[in-house]
Design a protein around this ligand. Structure first.
Ligand SMILES: [Mg+2]
Length: 388
């Protein structure tokens, strides 16, 4: 079985080929991870499954009964950090314990909206805290599901607020979407429901796309179908992100393209909504669900909590998951990404989710809700400054 598996892996890549060596040398079969087989391939069983681990020890490759590779996944190490999924308020801990916790990670990945800033307003203490992380030797990354801006625009916004961050440290769902298509050698055209962040990143990698902006019904549906609606035969993917001009016409086009099973369906992210004082603004997830319902297909989601938004950092060995801290204000994206990647997690109270949400998940019997519980909590990121 291993020989056959090895031959397949050697064809795929050097990294995977190296994994064979690990498998052959250590006969790496570990029951600790068999639980994840269920979601990868329902045919796998505990006694017939096996996995190999990449040289960086962070990717699991699944093998089925006949020795074929059936999938891969980020290795969820037993995270042994001191506060694992307890949502401990660090302000109630002795200072020496907080300092010990600070020494437990070398890399920091932080969400932006609700942690560093709210719209155009920087959150008190966030700039000093992130810059201090950097000066004490930690690698820092900003990771946002916001697809309305290009990575360059996000970088300029961050610099204007005083954050010391580089383009390489900026991870966005729009940039990752373009990188995903580029990595697949996508040669066709993208139908975009979204904003300039997506089209700007597609332009940057030379991928053609539809125009963005208003597309509304000005007459009857019958007139529209007879005179205005024409399918572009070049379209090979539909990308859905945040679009303040989301419309019935865009739904018709997206679902019609997606009726072709070969057309890719990609969602930049699935954040449901953005509460504001006295109102609720729909998030990308609302538009994605609408298209998904109409197309009767599930999208591939690029953004948090899907590890695909940052797994290249792990695969390249830039970060060690067990020594990486994920900071966020939304648990079903940020904290769940941390859970999915085996990162340590910090929830800050300056955005979407609050301590009473976490209390409800702690009391729930639903294992999916348990995944949303962060390791530690702070009212705001700047509260860390006295300990650094
Ligand atoms: Mg946020």
């Amino acid at each position: 079985m291993i020989k056959r598996f090895a031959a397949e892996l050697v064809e795929e890549s050097k990294v995977l080929a190296a994994a064979v060596a690990v498998l052959a040398v250590s006969n790496t079969v570990n029951t600790e991870y068999f639980a994840t087989f269920d979601k990868t391939n329902s045919e796998l069983t505990k006694t017939s499954g096996a996995y190999a681990v990449t040289p960086q020890q962070n990717t699991v490759i699944y093998i089925n009964k006949t020795g074929n590779k059936v999938g891969s996944d980020i290795l969820r190490r037993n995270n042994i950090n001191m506060y694992r999924q307890t949502c401990t308020n660090l302000l109630e801990q002795p200072p020496e314990k907080v300092k010990e916790w600070l020494n437990g990670f070398d890399a920091v990945i932080t969400d932006c909206d609700g942690v560093l800033w709210v719209y155009s307003n920087v959150i008190e203490g966030a700039v000093d805290a992130m810059n201090r992380f950097k000066t004490i030797g930690k690698k820092i990354f900003f990771c946002t599901n916001n697809s309305t801006k290009t990575r360059q625009q996000l970088l300029e916004k961050s610099h204007s607020m005083g954050f010391d961050i580089t383009a390489e440290g900026m991870i966005s769902s729009a940039h990752s979407t373009a990188a995903y298509l580029k990595a697949r050698n996508f040669q066709k055209k993208v139908y975009v429901i979204g904003a300039g962040g997506i089209t700007g990143e597609l332009d940057a990698v030379g991928i053609k796309h539809s125009e963005i902006g208003p597309d509304v019904m000005t007459s009857t549906l019958a007139d529209y179908l007879a005179t205005s609606f024409r399918k572009d035969p070049e379209i090979g993917a539909v990308v859905v992100g945040f679009d303040e001009h989301f419309s019935f016409c865009k739904m018709i086009k997206a679902a019609s393209y997606l009726d072709n099973p070969e057309c890719l369906f990609i969602a930049t992210n699935t954040d449901e909504r953005f509460p504001m004082p006295g109102m609720v603004i729909p998030g990308s997830g609302s538009f994605v669900r609408a298209v998904q319902t109409c197309a009767e297909r599930e999208p591939f989601v690029i953004g948090k909590p899907n590890p695909s938004i940052c797994e290249w950092l792990i695969n390249e060995g830039t970060i060690d998951p067990a020594r990486t801290l994920m900071i966020g204000d939304r648990c079903n994206t940020d904290i769940l990404l941390g859970y999915n990647c085996g990162f340590q997690t910090l929830l800050v109270g300056t955005g979407i989710h609050k301590l009473n949400d976490v209390e409800a998940w702690k009391n729930s019997d639903d294992p999916e809700q348990k995944k949303l519980i962060p390791d530690v909590f702070l009212p705001k990121l700047g509260d860390l400054l006295p300990f650094m």
